[in-house]
Design a protein around this ligand. Sequence first.
Ligand code: FAD
Ligand code: SF4
Length: 534
Amino acid sequence: MRLFPVFGDQLSHDLASLRQLDPGTGDAVVMMEVMEEATYVPHHPRKIALIFSAMRHFAAELEARGVAVRYVTLDAPDNGGSFFAEVQRAAAELGAEEIVATWPGEYRVLADLRSWEADLGLPVHILEDDRFLCPHADFKRWAEGRKQLRMEFFYRDMRRRTGLLMDGDQPVGEQWNFDADNRRKMPAAETPPAALSFAPDATTQAVLALVQERFAGHFGSLEGFDFPVNRAQALAGLADFIERRLPAFGDFQDAMRRPRGEAGDDSLYHSLLGTSLNLGLLGPMEVCAAAEAAFAAGKAPLNAVEGFIRQIIGWREFVRGIYWLTMPGYADRNTFRADRPLPDFFWTGETDMACVRHAVEQTRDRAYAHHIQRLMVTGNLALIAGLDPIEVNRWYLSVYADAFEWVQLPNTHGMVLHADGGYLGSKPYAASGKYIDRMSDYCKGCRFDVKDSTGPDACPLNALYWHFLMENEDRLAGNPRMGLVYRSLAKFSPERRAELRAKAAATLGVWGIAEDAPSDAGSVPADKQMELSA
Ligand code: FAD
Ligand code: SF4
C-alpha cells in the first residue's frame, strides 16, 4: 500500500504523484489541515480559509473519481498538529509500505519530507513538480556561470521553449517585450470592471466558521470572502479576466489608484489568478494559451498579452528557479544591513500616507494587493526605510493569499529589498513620492505634500529616498543604472544633505523605529548564498 500526501498548494488532478496512484491497489491520499502550517507565520485568515476550503473541495473531487482519501480536518479531536505526525499515523493505520510525494513549494517542507524516510523507516519518493514549465535541472544549467541572473534572457528562452507568441524562431510583433507601452497612468474616467465574485458554498462556510474561531487574532478580515476555491470557479475567473480585463492589462499594468468605492478598485485590470495558479487549480500553460488565443482572435492587443504571458512564463518561473537554486541561505543575506523593525502601521493601516494606508487596508480586507502596490508602495517604503528583511519577508508571507515561499521570498528579498546583492535584479527599485504621484492619484488625497522633502508636511518618502541613497552610497554609486540619480545627489550641498538626513531621522522617530547605525547582523558571505540544494 502506498500513501500519497497532497499538500494545500498541490490541488491539481495531474499532479506528478497522483499520476502514479492506482486506486485499485489500496493506494490512498492523505490531506492534512494542521496547526503547524497555519501558524508558522501568522497567515491572513482569508488565506487559511482559502487553502482549507480548496483542499476540502479537491478531496471531494478525488473521492468522486474513486480515490481513497484520508482527510484530517483542523478540528479533528486527534489532529496531530503537523504533517509528520499525521503521515506517521496514517502510514501505521493503513499499513503503508511507501510514501510518494510531489516536490513541495517551500524548502522548510522539503527538509521535513526528506527526514521522513529515516523517521518512518519507509521509502519516501519525492517527484519533481512538473506543473512548472522549467525543471530545476534546466534552470540550474541556464544559471550556471552567470554572475547575475536576468529575467529578460530567461524569458526569451522560455518563449522559445513554449512556442508562445512565436513566429518560427522570432517573437510575434518582432519585439520580445512591450513593457515600454505598459506604463500608462489611469485616467479618472477609466472604470475597471469588477472581477467575478464566488459566494461561499456550505463547505466554505464551514471552513470560514472554523477559521474565525481559531485564528481571530491574526491580521486580516474574512468578511466578503469570495475567492475561487475549486477548478470550475478558477476557470470561470480565468474566462472573466480574458474577456473583460486582459485587453487593458498592459496599458495599466503599472497604474495605481485611490479607492473610489467601486468594485474594481482593488485589482484594476489585474487578473486575480495568483491564488488559483499557486494552489494548482489552474496551470500556467492553459492560462497563457487562453491569453494567446484572445490575441489571435483580435480580442486583446499584443502589449497586453505579451505583458501577461511574461509575468507567468517569465517572472513566475524565474523566481521559482532562483528560490530552489539558492535555498537554503537566500534569505540570510542582508546587503544593506537593514535592521529597523516594521512600523506598526503595516499591521494597523493607521498612517496619514494615503498610498500606504490604502495598500495596507486593502491587504487587511482582501489578502490581496496588486503588484505595483506590493513593489512600489509597501515594498519601496520597506527598502528606503531600511526595514529588517526578516520582518519584511515574514509580513509578505503572512498577509497575501497567494503567498508561498518559493514565490514570495525572491520577490521580497530580491526584487523589493535588493537584499540578495543584486542576484535577481540589477538595481533596487528605490523611489521617492514622485514615482507614486506619476503613476497614481494618491497624492491628491494625501495630507502630505509630494513636492516637498523637508518641510513639516513634506511627503515622508522623499527624504527617506535620499537618505537611503546617502546611507548606501558606497554600495550603489558604482551601479551603472544608478548613475543619473547619484549625479543628482552629487549636486546637493552639505547643508541640503544634512536637512534630508534630519527629516528622514525625524520620520523614522515618529514611526518609532529610529536607532543607531545599522548593524552587520545578517550578512552572510556571498559564496554561501548560492549553494544548490535542488
Ligand atoms: P497579475 O498582475 O494579474 O499577474 C498575472 C500573474 O502573473 C500572477 O497571478 C502571477 O502568477 C504572475 N506574476 C506576476 N508578477 C509576478 C512576479 N513578480 N513573480 C511571480 N509571479 C508573478 N506573487 C505570488 O504569487 N505570491 C506572492 O507571495 C508574491 N509576493 C510578492 C511580494 C512582493 C514584494 C512583490 C513585489 C510581488 C509579489 N508577488 C507574489 C508577485 C505579484 O505581485 C503577484 O503575483 C500578483 O500581484 C498577484 O496578483 P494577480 O494574480 O492579480 O497578478
Ligand atoms: Fe504617498 Fe507621499 Fe503621495 Fe502621500 S504624498 S500619497 S505619502 S507618495
